[in-house]
Design a protein around this ligand. Structure first.
Ligand code: FEO
Ligand code: CA
Ligand code: CA
Ligand code: CA
Length: 579
């Protein structure tokens, strides 16, 4: 039996072809069904979904554009799913498509953001959403939360509404996530800058520019109706976003905490692991062209089984940023973790960092000073469940080799990188606290049909049957399968011909084999994954189907407007997903 198990291939499903259809396709013997979608009621007093739902209704419904998520067991037949609601598409949120924005519209948009907590129950042998769950909760762009850790109370975090610099309203652009062993959810604030703007003349320095803050917002229009988002009036409000937020999902009255020790940048996810010596280690990507990969190491050890003792563990520790070194022409090498500690390596008052709080608030600038490697947009990080090995998706980077500060290097070897790659590293001695590591590229995505040779064809494990672009979400299952989700160009033409809609793949980290597992509907991104504890149900997110008015009607069909949704994926024979 043991021998048979050892020789069992890791990937046991039949790969699916690329697709441009407005549907979800999974392998033969698998079923993908909608668990919950944007606008579904989470409380007895919430109306059913309708495009005319107002902000009050939206705050009692499942949020929009679900992204990262985690499964919290509450018993054999009961669980809680925590799901990020990253942003919203005005072309579908409003009948007017966002063209005649009102204060009420902005309130609805703010309520569509944040996090949705929804109870699940086993019914008919499947996990179902429970709209009557007592732990159901909506966290929005207006939910009260606290700043904690080294930057809490810092002068740079104080505003007129919060002279103490400790109390913030809300979280938004929550991209991906993390989960701690003490039962909390980590939600990561990504492109927060796009919600701020001004009709006036805000004073924006180079530090604000490094985070993309500008008088013109990303089109959400919040500053026109909610003064808090007006940069000319409240220039420090953006300093209170760009953090990792810790939520206790099992206490609906709990106040979420922004953990400033993990630094301020455009956080993608928070890949948590306990090191062999008991310290918590969290790997973090900063998703922007030419930004960096970070590591947080807790000062104290995790107290196993003592959730209360671990509750504020993420408030004390050291944040590091990665430098990836390689010999000329090699796509592998060694690397170093560089500490973002005030007073060390030029992070001093003379250089503009008055204290540790300022180092964390302007972590990007501190990382540059330390000589961190500029990466091709770090998205999710995943830690192998059984080996000291860490993977990070570098999704794409049109600026590589074009902008001065983003030269070609071993880790980011392609100019104008349209396809993305997955980098991995092994900490020295298998110790996640070690400051040195070895790294290589697990794969280079590419198009071997369009590019017959060279790096744009992709690495050896990419072929016409599994090709894709822009890896983004990744995660491991218990058996060590690496699941890969894409957020890429779905034009299916030119450089991207033959790749079809965004998709999900599964890889064997040892053999390098990559096989396509799922294809999504039109103009969606596939993002967010979590498993039930028996590994027999996989939850996957379909985000922004039909974005920019592409012709999708997923999942309701007919002439319905498309909705982001969480899928429940099971096997007809009840087996383990992927095996
Ligand atoms: Fe929200 Fe970097 O993806
Ligand atoms: Ca997204
Ligand atoms: Ca992403
Ligand atoms: Ca992405």
């Amino acid at each position: 039996r043991a021998v048979a198990a050892a020789t069992q291939p890791l990937l046991g499903f039949q790969g699916v072809p690329a697709s441009v259809a407005d549907t979800v396709v999974v392998p033969p013997g698998y079923k993908a069904e909608v668990l919950i979608a944007w606008g579904d009621a989470l409380f007895a007093d919430a109306p059913a979904f309708g495009q005319d739902n107002d902000g009050k209704a939206q705050a009692r419904q499942f949020g929009d554009n679900n992204d990262g998520m985690s499964f919290f067991p509450l018993g054999r037949d009961r669980a809680l799913l925590a799901v990020n609601n990253e942003y919203t598409n005005y072309e579908y949120l409003f009948a007017h498509g966002g063209k005649q924005l009102t204060a009420a519209d902005v309130a609805k948009a703010q309520a569509a953001h944040g996090v949705s907590l929804v109870e699940l129950m086993q019914a008919g042998g499947k996990w179902q959403a429970n709209p009557k769950g007592v732990l159901n909760r909506r966290i929005t762009a207006n939910t009260p939360m606290l700043l904690s850790g080294p930057a809490a109370g810092h002068a740079l975090l104080k505003t007129e509404a919060d002279p103490q610099g400790r109390s913030v309203l809300g979280t938004f652009n929550n991209c991906s996530n993390g989960q701690t062993p003490w039962g909390t959810y980590l939600t990561c604030e990504e492109n927060f800058n796009g919600y701020f703007g001004s009709e006036g003349k805000p004073a924006l320095d180079s530090r604000a520019a490094r985070y993309g803050l500008a008088a013109e917002d990303a089109g959400f229009g919040w500053h026109q109706f909610d003064e808090r988002f007006d940069l000319a009036k409240h220039p420090q409000e953006p300093n209170r976003f760009g953090w990792v937020v810790e939520i206790d999902p099992k206490d609906p009255a709990s106040i979420p905490k922004k953990r400033t020790a993990l630094g301020r940048f455009k956080h993608e996810n928070a890949a948590f692991t306990i090191n062999t010596d008991g310290h918590a280690v969290v790997y973090l990507g900063d998703d922007e062209r030419g930004e960096h990969i970070y590591r947080f190491v807790s000062k104290h050890k995790v107290a196993p089984g003592n959730d209360a003792a671990n509750r504020d563990l993420l408030d004390e520790g050291t944040l590091y940023v990665a430098r990836f070194d390689a010999k000329q022409g090699e796509l592998k090498g060694t690397g170093q973790w560089l500490p973002l500690v005030h007073g060390l390596h030029g992070l001093t008052k003379e250089n503009g960092f008055a204290d540790q709080g300022e180092v964390l608030i302007f972590a990007r600038e501190a990382a540059t000073r330390l000589g961190a490697t500029t990466m091709d947009r770090p998205e999710w990080v995943a830690v192998h469940p059984h080996r000291a090995e860490v993977y990070c998706t570098l999704t794409n980077n049109k600026n590589r080799g074009i902008k001065d500060n983003q030269p070609l290097d071993g880790a980011n070897p392609r100019a104008e990188n349209p396809y993305g790659q997955i980098i991995r590293w092994r900490p020295a001695g298998g110790d996640h606290r070690s400051d040195s590591f070895e790294w290589d590229l697990f794969l280079l995505a590419g198009n071997p049909q369009v590019n017959k040779e060279g790096l744009m064809a992709g690495s050896a494990n990419i072929n016409p049957d599994n090709m894709f672009n822009s890896p983004d979400g990744i995660g491991f299952d218990e058996a060590g399968r690496l699941w890969i989700q894409t957020d890429g160009d779905y034009s299916n033409e030119k450089k991207f011909a033959g790749m079809g809609n965004n998709q999900m793949l599964c890889a064997d980290p040892v053999s390098g084999e990559v096989r396509r597992f799922l294809t999504g509907p039109i103009a969606c991104e596939i993002t967010g994954l979590t498993f039930s504890p028996d590994w027999r149900t996989l939850f996957v997110g379909v985000q922004h189907p039909g974005e920019e008015l592409a012709p999708s009607h997923f999942p309701d069909g007919g002439q319905h407007i498309p909705r982001s949704a969480v899928l429940r994926i099971t096997r007809d024979d009840g087996g383990i997903i992927g095996a």
